[in-house]
Design a protein around this ligand. Structure first.
Ligand SMILES: [Zn+2]
Length: 363
């Protein structure tokens, strides 16, 4: 493609028009298609993603991840921004847990935040991995067996194409046909689960220096350096040799614009660090607290929780962090920090049953 055609392609891409489906070399065809697509903004259906075969520009896609019990397809939205110059492939996934939505806003904002013409390499984004969970307004993958059997998709990766249940197969479809072959680096966007909250927080395995660098480039409030957990997307990617981190963007079921904007700035830094975007990194005033372990303080009694600490608070061993009371307001139990550390998560739902988390401390 000539440079002027490339420039036109990027111009169209910026307007949200999928130039890449258009055969290069025909300006008349390109503008005709542009008008059509501008009206429909339709996504192209795919059964497998191969970004190496795609033309430069913006590609709006829908991945067929299998079918429901009615035979209808489960469509997963995918966007690919391919730069004119070859470079790294960065994968951003969101809502692997169906009620953790801030990452979708991060993706929307990120796509509006940089000039596609300046991109080197390829950005692959999935604004909503767990479609069955999102449909059911639920953290889990919700199948149709037994009136809606549930599975934690983020304990099933890399999944199994021939697995014995829908969730394993869904994870396998995504892994084999979208994630595995289209990522050199990845960030999996989550939030804390319902009834609780996180600040901006990164899980990263510092044994991999690229993952460590990505964690700091994201400029979160806290980082947990850990070796991952079997079945998470991050761990499956790491085991496949793809440096990855999990970015936790606040709490579930809402947009939090401040944390979303910080995530976008952090992702710019990650992309600059990978030489995908030009320019220097934005220096953050925030120095993240790094811990290697976390502890959950659970309630032993059901009742109403009063939490005495806030996110990111420093706590000392022995400090009272929560009180449980009954419906009459009488104290049932008090809970204390077992270590010196920083508050990573707090319960936001006051109703707590035995075994529910009150406070999580990173140390
Ligand atoms: Zn999650």
């Amino acid at each position: 493609m000539s440079n002027s055609l490339k420039a036109l392609a990027f111009g169209l891409a910026l307007l949200g028009i999928d130039f890449a489906d258009t055969s290069a070399g025909s300006l008349a065809t390109a503008s005709g298609r542009a008008a059509e697509n501008n009206e429909e903004q339709s996504a192209r259906e795919i059964k497998t993603l191969a970004v190496s075969d795609m033309l430069a520009g913006l590609h709006r896609l829908k991945f067929n991840a299998g079918s429901r019990n009615t035979g209808e397809a489960i469509w997963v939205p995918v966007l690919v921004v391919k730069g004119a110059d070859t470079g790294p492939k960065l994968l951003l996934t969101s809502a692997v847990h169906g009620d953790e939505l801030n990452g979708i806003s991060v993706i929307h904002r990120l796509l509006q935040s940089f000039d596609f013409a300046s991109l080197r390499g390829t950005l692959i984004v999935v604004p909503g991995v767990n479609q069955p969970g999102m449909n059911a307004n639920n953290r889990h993958f919700v199948g149709s067996g037994e009136g809606g059997n549930m599975a934690d998709l983020n304990r099933l990766f890399p999944g199994r194409l021939q697995g014995g249940n829908a969730a394993e197969r869904y994870a396998g479809q995504l892994w084999h046909n979208v994630f595995k072959n289209n990522a050199d680096f990845a960030v999996d966007l989550h939030t804390q689960t319902r009834g609780s909250d996180y600040p901006l927080f990164v899980f990263a395995d510092f044994r991999n220096p690229v993952s460590k660098q990505m964690a700091f480039d994201l400029s979160p409030d806290l980082i947990k350096n850990d070796q991952g957990q079997k079945g998470t997307l991050e761990t499956a990617l790491m085991r496949a040799g793809i440096p990855s981190v999990t970015l936790e963007v606040g709490g579930p079921k809402r947009w939090q614009p401040d944390l979303v904007e910080r995530s976008v700035t952090g992702l710019h830094n990650v992309m600059k660090g990978l030489d995908m975007l030009p320019g220097g990194k934005t220096i953050s005033k925030i120095e993240p607290f790094v811990g290697a372990a976390s502890v959950n303080i659970y309630t032993d009694v059901g009742g109403f929780a009063y939490i005495h600490v806030g996110l990111k608070d420093k706590v000392n061993k022995g400090q009272k962090v929560a009180t449980m009371v009954d419906a009459y307001g009488a104290e049932l139990a008090s809970y204390y920090a077992p270590y010196n550390g920083v508050v990573l998560s707090v319960a936001t739902d006051p109703l707590r049953e035995p075994g529910a988390m009150l406070v999580r401390i990173l140390y």
